[in-house]
Design a protein around this ligand. Structure first.
Ligand SMILES: *[C@@H]1O[C@H](CO)[C@@H](O)[C@H](O)[C@H]1NC(C)=O
Length: 329
C-alpha cells in the first residue's frame, strides 16, 4: 500500500460522516431495517437458494431450477452465482433461459467468492423457510414436498436428505468428521431446508466477542465447512439435531459413483482425496468447537419416511420380493 493511499484513507475516515455514503452503495446485509419484517414472511412456501459455480453444469442447473420453480411449495428460486470469472453475458442468458416458470427464478452474482455468501440474508427472501442446495443434486418432487411438510412440523431444525456425523476419536481425544450408520448430526447443503432466521444467525449473529465472525473466518480459510457451521447454528437454535428424510429418487451428479471410466485408477485417487476431505472437515469441527466454546452439534437417530406402508416380503417366481412390487408388476 502506498503512502498517498493511506493518507487518502485517513482523510476519508477523518472528514466524511462514515455511515451514509457506505450504506448507499453497499447495503449492510445485517441491517434488519432493509429485510422484510419477520411477521410478513409466509410459511406455506419456501425460497430455493441454488449455489451455482461451474459453467459446464449450466444445463443441469437450468433443469434443476425449472423443476423447483414448478413446485407448489416454492415461492421463488434464487440462483446464487459464485464464480467471479463467468461473463455477465452468460448470466444474462441464463437468467433469460430461466424465466417463464411458475415461481420466479432470479440469477444473482455473489459479491464475493466467500462460501459464507450462500447464507447471506436477502431482502428478496419472503418466506420463513429456505431450501439450500447445490447445482448438481436432483431430488424427485414428491420427496421435496414431503421434506417441506416435515420442516413445517419441525421449524427450528434442519431437514434434508444427506447426513454425516461428528464423533470422538478416543485415542486422540479429538472430534472427527465421519459417517455413522446409526446416527447423524450434520446435514449437507446438497439439500437442506432451514428457517430463514438461521441465515441471519449465521451471517450476523455475534456471540461474545464476535465468535461467529471468527468461525466464518475458518470457513474462508479452509474454503470448506460452511455447511458444518450452519449445523452448529441450527443445533444451537433448536436445541436438537437435524431431521433426515428418506427420498424416493435422489441423484447426486457430483457423487463419484456417477463418473464414468477408469474405475480402479479413479478409486485409488478418490480414496486419498476423500481421506483428506474428511480430515479437513474434522479440523473444522474442532475449530468451531474451540471458537464457539461448546459442542453444539446434537445427534439424531432414524429417518423420516413418507409412507407407513408395511413392507412385507412375498414370493414371486421362486424369489422373495417386496410385496408392493408384486402388486404393481
Ligand atoms: C440458453 O438457451 C439456449 C437455447 O436453448 C442455449 O443455446 C444456451 O446455451 C443457453 N444459455 C445459458 C447460459 O443458459
Amino acid at each position: 500500500m502506498t503512502v498517498p493511499f493511506l493518507l487518502l484513507v485517513a482523510a476519508i475516515l477523518l472528514c466524511a460522516p462514515p455511515a451514509l455514503p457506505i450504506r448507499r452503495h453497499t447495503p449492510d446485509p445485517c441491517d434488519r431495517t432493509i429485510l422484510p419484517p419477520p411477521r410478513t414472511l409466509r410459511s406455506d412456501q419456501m425460497t430455493v437458494l441454488i449455489n451455482g459455480y461451474s459453467e459446464s453444469r449450466i444445463p443441469l442447473l437450468t433443469s434443476i431450477a425449472a423443476a423447483y420453480s414448478a413446485l407448489p411449495s416454492v415461492a421463488a428460486v434464487l440462483v446464487l452465482w459464485g464464480n467471479p470469472s463467468t461473463p455477465a453475458e452468460t448470466l444474462t442468458q441464463l437468467s433469460r433461459n430461466l424465466s417463464g416458470g411458475e415461481a420466479p427464478v432470479s440469477v444473482i452474482r455473489q459479491k464475493s467468492a466467500s462460501l459464507n455468501s450462500r447464507f447471506l440474508p436477502r431482502r428478496s427472501i419472503r418466506t420463513r423457510a429456505v431450501l439450500i442446495c447445490d447445482d448438481d443434486v436432483e431430488i424427485d418432487s414428491r420427496s421435496v414436498e414431503f421434506a417441506f411438510r416435515v420442516w413445517s412440523a419441525n421449524r427450528d431444525r434442519l431437514v434434508g436428505f444427506f447426513a454425516r456425523s461428528h464423533d470422538v476419536d478416543l485415542s486422540r481425544r479429538a472430534w472427527i468428521y465421519t459417517v455413522r450408520p446409526d446416527k447423524y448430526s450434520i446435514l449437507l447443503t446438497k439439500f437442506m431446508i432451514a428457517k430463514t432466521d438461521y441465515l441471519y444467525e449465521y451471517s450476523c449473529g455475534g456471540g461474545g466477542g464476535d465468535r461467529m465472525g471468527e468461525a466464518r473466518g475458518v470457513v474462508d480459510e479452509m474454503r470448506n465447512c460452511e455447511d458444518i457451521l450452519m449445523n452448529f447454528v441450527a443445533a444451537e437454535g433448536a436445541g436438537a439435531g437435524p431431521v433426515l428424510v428418506g427420498s424416493e429418487r435422489a441423484r447426486d451428479w457430483g457423487d463419484a459413483r456417477n463418473e464414468q471410466g477408469g474405475k480402479e485408477v479413479r478409486e485409488a485417487g478418490l480414496s486419498s482425496r476423500r481421506e483428506d476431505h474428511r480430515k479437513r472437515r474434522g479440523e473444522c469441527i474442532r475449530e468451531f468447537h474451540r471458537i464457539l466454546g461448546k459442542m453444539a452439534l446434537r445427534y439424531s437417530y432414524g429417518k423420516v419416511v413418507n409412507s407407513v406402508g408395511e413392507q412385507g416380503l412375498c414370493e414371486k417366481g421362486g424369489k422373495l420380493v417386496f410385496c408392493d412390487q408384486q402388486v404393481s408388476n
